[in-house]
Design a protein around this ligand. Structure first.
Ligand SMILES: [Zn+2]
Length: 67
């Protein structure tokens, strides 16, 4: 699940690792969109803050890819 946040120009999404945490990313959009299902963000998504699950990967063409 990925949802664009129009107020902040970022995206909310459920972590793909299975921890079910809701994350927010203000990352730059390389190409695509949520509506067309081919969203690509940069830089990589890294859940490395205190209390986070540690997942690290990319969102490319609407698909989460683990590093
Ligand atoms: Zn996670």
């Amino acid at each position: 699940m990925i949802r664009r946040d129009d107020e902040t120009a970022g995206h909310h999404y459920v972590c793909p690792c299975g921890c079910q945490r809701l994350y927010y990313a203000p990352h730059a959009v390389v190409s695509g969109s949520v509506e067309t299902g081919d969203l690509t963000l940069t830089p990589s998504l890294w859940h490395n803050a205190v209390g986070c699950c540690g997942w690290h990967g990319w969102l490319r063409d609407g698909v989460f890819v683990s590093v």
